[in-house]
Design a protein around this ligand. Structure first.
Ligand SMILES: [Zn+2]
Length: 429
């Protein structure tokens, strides 16, 4: 006798899911209507009419999922599900605001995925030890008021009241907008989440890069979110006549800067690793075809998961800049303008995500996040884990942003299982 083993799961790995992939797809399609652009994609910037309507839609879904919904003083939406024990909360979610002419997956997959997890838990009558909360963070993209990851930064206690006075293009302050949302700006600091009330934070998100798509791996286990150091450098030479100044008498600030640009790339590439470095702007003065450039200002952006690696690459760059400045007869000064600390994902959370993927028969890849996320703020106050799903062609912040429905469903299923594994494994520290 030969027994026949059903092969359905091998052909279609999404058949054995706890979450409802059809329902998840239809909520994402419905959400995409809020701020849809005629030429595709979405413009749903935070604190816009479209964003407000989408938030109402999301809150309706959360209530349907049996969650107790509240909005905090920074405009973050929380949906709570009670636990059986008196334990800190397991928090998971993402954002639904977009950039101008953005896509329908950045933030949306993690937000609708988190709500789908809550609906599936309700459907399967699952009782967890920890209380669970779904969160939709306010103004992640920072298009309004140029403060990216606004809501989670407020929740992590990283913002003070000064930000409330910041004005938008129409002269309205953030405080005005929060009032429109029904919040009381005087109570802004109440958005802060006491760290002891959290057991951890998990975020599902599209990768926004091409690593998973290229490797054909469905689930990314985020190792951490890279830190950023940004400098502005100035090469000071001497502006002089392009016709009358002999080549050996020049103090050409642009020739020096050109060598500096290549040095940045060489020193970033010198050691193995995923560190990246970019010179993204250059301002040449006086900027005339018949004048030797006397002053050049340029930016340097270095990113890695380890601050120590950023620092060692920078030390090598500086040394070579000095040598170039001496050879080119210019002075080079660099000023650190921006520091974003790297945020490490928690080892136990990463293990839970890997185990959840294995249980779903999905391959995983560990990778850093080169883009910023709300999770990096949460990492300051609690343990954090992030699940990535592939972005086709690594395209994001574009109407062309796309992840297959199968990848989206896989990500939500891994989120579902991760939450349940963490509920079992995580104990108060
Ligand atoms: Zn995002």
């Amino acid at each position: 006798m030969v027994s026949v083993v059903p092969r359905a799961s091998a052909q279609n790995p999404t058949t054995n899911l706890h979450i409802n992939s059809q329902r998840l797809q239809s909520t994402l399609e419905e959400l995409s209507k809020y701020g849809r652009n005629p030429d595709g994609g979405v413009t749903r910037t935070a604190f816009s009419k479209e964003d407000q309507a989408a938030r109402e839609y999301a809150m309706g879904l959360m209530k349907d999922a049996g969650l107790q919904v509240r909005v905090d003083q920074a405009g973050n939406i929380f949906g709570r599900r009670a636990g059986s024990q008196n334990l800190p909360t397991l928090l998971f979610g993402s954002h639904i605001d977009s950039v101008l002419h953005g896509g329908n997956f950045d933030g949306d997959v993690g937000s609708m995925g988190a709500i789908e997890v809550a609906r599936a838990l309700q459907e399967h009558k699952v009782v967890t030890r920890h209380p669970l909360e779904v969160v939709i963070w306010a103004n992640e993209e920072g298009n309004h008021f140029s403060q990216g990851t606004f809501g989670s930064a407020a929740a992590a206690g990283l913002l003070n009241d000064d930000i409330l006075r910041r004005q938008d293009d129409q002269g309205l302050t953030l405080a005005d907008w929060l009032r429109r949302y029904g919040q009381d700006p005087a109570r802004f600091s109440e958005a802060r989440i006491p760290p002891a009330s959290l057991a951890g934070y998990v975020e599902l998100h599209i990768e926004q890069g091409g690593t998973l798509d290229e490797a054909k791996i469905p689930i990314g286990v985020v190792q951490g979110i890279v830190g950023i150091n940004g400098w502005t450098c100035v090469n000071q030479g001497f502006a002089n006549h392009a016709g009358t100044t002999p080549m050996n008498r020049r103090q050409d600030a642009l020739a020096a800067a050109s060598r500096d640009v290549l040095v940045v790339r060489e020193e970033v590439n010198r050691t193995p690793g995923r560190q990246v470095g970019t010179v993204g702007t250059m301002k040449v003065e006086p900027g005339a075809p018949n004048v030797i450039p006397g002053r050049v200002e340029f930016s340097i952006d270095l990113r890695d998961l380890e601050s120590a690696r950023i620092n060692s690459v920078w030390a090598r760059i500086q040394k070579r800049f000095e040598a170039i400045a001496a050879e080119e007869n210019v002075t080079t000064t660099c000023k650190l303008m921006e520091t974003v600390e790297p945020a490490q994902a928690d080892a136990e959370f990463r293990a839970a995500i890997r185990d959840a993927a294995v249980a779903t028969s999905l391959a995983t890849l560990g990778l850093p996040s080169g883009a910023g996320h709300d999770a990096q703020n949460m990492a300051k106050i609690t343990r954090m884990g992030m699940i990535f799903v592939p972005s086709r062609g690594g395209i994001s912040h574009s109407p062309k942003e796309f992840s297959t429905w199968e990848h989206v469903a896989n990500g939500a299923e891994v989120l579902y299982r991760t939450i349940l594994l963490l509920d079992e494994r995580v104990n108060p520290q």
